[in-house]
Design a protein around this ligand. Structure first.
Ligand SMILES: [Zn+2]
Length: 475
């Protein structure tokens, strides 16, 4: 008798909202009665879910920018997530999976950024949860084959994707694997689009977890697959759905993954994503191909984060924004290499960047990290130079957070956050190297316009700086 298995996966994420110049989190009146959005969503969602104990039974990823916030502002909530991971798994397993660090759309990123984002995400996970993750969540589930290959090279065993990211509409209720080349594979669980959509958008269907389990989930898990193996279903959604987007939905999650004592047997088991992705008895999952450059919240590939697509009325600002930041990133990289090429003791600046995550998450002081890269007898001046350029690289990575492109208009705070990250990075570099990359950035931004108010990108950039008390760019 093979019992069906259900995975309920919650993607928990908040973009970083700190002022890149001060590290402070500004208050936000829009989040009233709470001080800021992070505080509000913590109270409505992260804290109750951590307290209910449901996170030991559900499957989830906790974005590094969010875990950073929780570590500083609600350490007991972060401890609740870590406890759930320990309670819900074995030695090298648990309900938690990693997330690429800055929530950038990896198919748009150059290869070295993809690797850094994945390495930083894995390292953040290890630091928070005390083990290595087996799987990773790709921001917006945006992938292409080379992103999956980088993840596989970094030791990632699997991920979750949307059903339309498979190159066939005929998916069975099972995990698959994708051949990523060079003899490597990555396991993929495609979530159930219908059930995931119901949980996300149909409040009436999810007021009663037992009815949902009995009427909607159990019938799909009732019969074995054609080869006799047990069917598996993944429900995936934003984690904030459970209590923030929908009040009391945290209770639904708890009841769905952890039925109250005395609940009649549903005929299926709730399991972790990691256990679903593991190949049963050494038999490989069936092979499948993915559709290149696709995602879960845009049905036009990944256009939502870089061009025009029907998800927003006027997305003409998105391509020039990406172009401006891509050009800036390339210039910062050129300066980074030129400026560190003669540093004695440094063997690879990009490997140094990969390790800099330990500074970002507060495990090591910047100059101690630079000393570790350059050797114990390195001059203080060299250490300061390396630490500064790596800090610029940190914000250059942060300026690509997907949120800046997601919405209708670049006057929104999410885009301002990316522009402030760009400003922080470019000002460090211009000061160190005597360049004027900021002037060029401002010119490049002047090409784009806000559909709502008509102001150009240079003006939006200037306003973002003035709003946090930084001098506007000179002309
Ligand atoms: Zn779209």
């Amino acid at each position: 008798m093979t019992r069906g298995r259900l995975v309920v996966h919650a993607h928990f994420y908040q973009p970083t909202r700190v002022d890149p110049f001060t590290g402070e989190l500004p208050a936000d009146v829009a989040a009233a009665p709470y001080r800021d959005w992070n505080a509000r969503i913590t109270a409505e969602c992260y804290r109750p879910n951590a307290e209910h104990g449901s996170l030991a039974r559900a499957s989830w990823d906790l974005g590094p920018t969010l875990s950073h916030y929780l570590a500083d502002n609600a350490p007991d909530v972060l401890a609740g997530f870590a406890r759930a991971d320990r309670l819900g798994g074995g030695e090298n397993d648990g309900p938690a999976i990693a997330q690429a660090f800055h929530h950038s759309i990896l198919p748009y990123a150059p290869l070295h950024d993809r690797r850094t984002e994945i390495r930083w995400g894995l390292r953040d996970f290890e630091a928070r949860f005390g083990r290595m993750p087996t799987a990773i969540w790709f921001p917006e589930t945006a992938v292409d084959l080379s992103t999956l290959r980088v993840a596989a090279e970094e030791g990632v065993a699997g991920t979750v994707l949307a059903p339309w990211q498979a190159d066939t509409p005929h998916l069975e209720a099972r995990a698959y694997r994708v051949d990523v080349g060079q003899g490597r594979h990555i396991a993929v669980a495609f979530y159930d689009g219908d059930l995931s959509g119901s949980v996300s958008f149909n409040a009436a269907l999810t007021s009663d977890a037992e009815a949902f389990a009995r009427d909607r989930v159990a019938p799909r898990l009732a019969s074995p697959l054609a080869d006799g193996s047990a069917p598996t279903i993944v429900i995936a959604s934003d984690g904030e759905l459970y209590g923030h987007h929908q009040r009391y939905r945290d209770m639904f999650l708890q009841a769905l993954v952890d039925p109250a004592p005395g609940t009649p047997d549903r005929g299926f088991d709730v399991v972790t994503l990691a256990s679903l992705l593991r190949e049963p008895g050494g038999r490989p999952h069936r092979e499948i191909r993915i559709r290149e450059r696709t995602s879960w919240s845009c049905h036009h590939g990944v256009l939502r984060w870089g061009a025009e697509c029907p998800d927003v009325p006027d997305g003409r600002w998105k391509t020039p924004l990406r172009g401006a930041l891509d050009r800036l990133a390339g210039a910062i990289d050129t300066v980074t290499e030129a400026f560190t090429a003669d540093l004695p003791g440094l063997d690879d600046i990009w490997r140094a960047r990969d390790g800099y995550v330990d500074v970002v998450i507060g495990l090591v002081a910047p100059e101690d990290y630079a000393a570790a890269c350059l050797g114990p007898h390195s001059p203080a001046d060299d250490r300061r130079r390396l630490a500064a350029i790596l800090e610029a690289q940190r914000w250059r990575l942060a300026m690509f957070a997907s949120d800046g492109w997601f919405w209708d208009d670049p006057i929104r705070p999410e885009t301002a956050q990316n522009l402030l990250a760009a400003a922080r990075a470019v000002r460090i570099v211009d000061r160190l190297a005597g360049t004027n990359l900021e002037g060029r950035l401002v010119d490049d931004l002047s090409v784009l316009r806000s559909p709502a108010v008509g102001s150009d990108g240079a003006t939006i950039y200037r306003h973002a700086l003035v709003a946090v008390g930084q001098p506007p760019p000179g002309r």
